[in-house]
Design a protein around this ligand. Sequence first.
Ligand code: COA
Length: 182
Amino acid sequence: MRGEKVALGPAGLGLIPQLQRWLNDFEVGRTTWGVLPLTLEDAEARYQRNTGEGSVSFIIYERPTMRTIGTTLLTEIDHRHRTASFGLVIGERDCWGKGYGTETTRLMLDYAFNALDLHNVMLTMQAYNKGAMRTYEKAGFRIIGRRREAHRLGGRFYDEIFMDCLATEFEGSGLSALHPVE
Ligand SMILES: CC(C)(COP(=O)(O)OP(=O)(O)OC[C@H]1O[C@@H](n2cnc3c(N)ncnc32)[C@H](O)[C@@H]1OP(=O)(O)O)[C@@H](O)C(=O)NCCC(=O)NCCS
């Protein structure tokens, strides 16, 4: 899937060493994996989980160089209820704040709603992750609730934030143009 700033392609085994490097960067890992060291085996196990049954993972490429800069995924895909959970990591820190996260999130919502035919996509994040919250809101997610003081970091408690987006709320699909017309 191509956007203006990023492109998404299938995640293969080559992602594992990069995943390990990204998640061992404390600034990246604390918002996703946590603060424990991640071995190559841990990264591989995580990769296997995220590419197995009920999950779809992509590599995020920076355009136009096609440098690998992160990964994004849908997990817990449930075709009966048409729901899934969303995740995103831009692991190369020099790529933060350039609009890549917003565009990636929009491409993934488009994929969820218009390729997989899902209806509700949700995510969880920590309240201190202001960049993620703004990114997800810009892309179409809205806050639906919070679990109070459920995350502890640096001697403080933070709320866990729940956000979701419905297919009926998502605008500006690129993929719907590919749907057959009667
Ligand atoms: C969080 C993350 C996905 C955001 O992606 P990004 O490409 O850096 O974000 P964008 O450039 O698309 O920015 C979107 C909006 O968020 C704002 N923003 C980005 N980072 C911010 C920060 N650290 N603090 C405050 N606002 C921030 C931008 O200013 C922009 O808002 P604006 O258009 O009103 O100015 C990315 O930084 C990342 O992957 N971080 C590490 C892992 C992580 O936290 N993943 C999410 C776990 S829930």
